[in-house]
Ligand binder design. Sequence first.
Ligand code: WTA
Length: 658
Amino acid sequence: MAEEKIVKEKEDIQVLLTEKRVFEPPADLAANSNVKAWMDKHGIKTLDELLEKTQDIEWFWKEMADELLDFYKPYDKVLDWDAPWAKWFVGGEYNIVHDALDKHMKTAVKDKVCFRFEGEPGEIKEWTYADMYREVNKLANAMRKLGVGKGDRVGLYMPMLVELPVAMLACAKIGAIHSVVFSGFSATALAERLNDCDTKLLITCDHFWRRGNKVALKPQADDAMKLSPTVEHCIVYKRTGDEVPWTEGRDLWWHEITADQPGECETEKLDANDLLYILYTSGTTGHPKGIQHAHAGYAVGTAATLKWVFDLKEDDVWWCAADIGWVTGHSYIVYGPMILGATSVLYEGAPAFPEADRWWDMIEKHKVSVLYTSPTAVRAHMRLGEDHPNKHDMKTLRLLGSVGEPINPEAWMWYHKFVGKDNCPIMDTWWQTETGHFMITPLPITSLKPGTATHPFPGIAAKVYNEEGEPITGAGGHLVIEKPWPGMLRGLYKNPDRYKDVYWSRFKDTYLAGDVTRMDEDGYFWIQGRADDVLNVAGHRIGNSEVESALVSHPKVAESAVIGKPHELKGESLCAFVVLMQGVEPSDELRAELREHVGVEIGKIARPDEIWFVHDVPKTRSGKIMRRVIRAKAVGEKVGDTSTLANPEAVEEIGKAH
Ligand code: WTA
């Protein structure tokens, strides 16, 4: 990095919050880690040396692919980069299902538990890799019989049941492209996604359990199919057995069409760069973007990152508590763990249901050794109090993880202390639907600072740029990736122009992540939130999440959302919505106290002009605070589409907050 021009000029985006604590990983964990074993093999002594050597990305990713993947026909070339289009493992013949399932049938992994499923009502069912193999093959055969094949798009509108990974792998097995749509989306949102990629087949279920209620999915799928003429058939998995509307000829029961199918099915030998899936994610326009991922590059990226960051070993019990409807579930419940032959916990229901300690009870019962979740979930549990985790024996835990948004240091400390018992490093992983796998993340050998995702993963060329496209440290700027990486998106479905425009037009041949970030003097990346979530108050740019984090560090505050309101003098004024800890009464005194608290934590400039007390803040179903919605409601503008909200009632409260 020495030859680069490091600019330490004017602060583009001011970073006011500083966190000084450093946590070293337990020595034995670091010494026995997968990454350390690899470093020893390659004569690499330090993390700095590892990060430097792996900037030879073709060498590094070839090493990883040779260790983790099994091609039908070897590739001729590691990378073909014609910016912004990448091809990885060019000329190779491959299918991810071979690595996730087929190859395990020849080893002891065959009889290992792949998924330990727990339904919300409490039933537990174990699926071995051999069980998965058989069920995937049966469904894949049934789909082939329906005329579904290579390149066809299949919509999967399913909740957290093992049948969802089964369906994903069945698609991949026959070369079809899956498009999973989160089960919490409405019929309209589903129809938009089905239509965008001309979906031929839809797979769904009758009902599923959520917070003690049965949620009807098939009727929603029916409403969507009325608007989606390309869907020829709908396969329905029976979860609860409740009656559902039925269209003869189009609708087919999963158990009926798979009943007579053989438990063997030939895996389609694909080109390494053939598409594996499309996953829709929101952008700045009203229309979601269809992010495309391809087989081999994605396979090595998910498996390598999981193996190194969460250090998965033979005996680990891995629990990624995300929903498979989001990229986290695709990469780290389904593909990454299965390629590694890991045992995963898969949970159908809501956290803290029916009791506040449901998760902690599950960790004890299933002997979970690695837990991966979101800051929102951590804060929700923090609000319920540490008595709940304290009731349980969770000594099997050895590593923890966080994803989805910056984790504020207070939540980090609570997670570390009460879940990890001061003994489990927290892997704060930064990545996106677009990147496919972790990009900036600690390893088990990294010294941690609460609130930062630390350094790029080996083989990832991440930098922070100023407006002129020069690498900077010490000031906020644009997070960019300078070189391609194996799990990178392969464009947007049928929209190459939008792909170029959104990600590649700001800096030449460089990927723009859209997150405001600062790299500190030790090379740690502090992600501060989306570029459009930065406020400008009296000429100072302040990240919304910084103020939120400061508020949440007050012992009486559980959660907060901060927005900017237009202000005559200052450009924008800071307006905070605050959820208090249980049992704390709102008052004007407390309002003043919180203002002062932010003043102390960040500086007078960041003190909110207004503080409103609410019971909840509007969030997406993946837990992201919807500042756009809050802002619109607070300034009296049209709120727009709220179909992606998990708690629409919270919007109403914004208008009536006191
Ligand atoms: C944010 C989720 C800070 C970020 C895997 C990114 C994070 C967006 C982190 C992608 C993290 C994700 N620290 N921010 N550890 N992880 N983000 O596509 O703004 O749902 O651009 O992928 O979430 O969200 P997505």
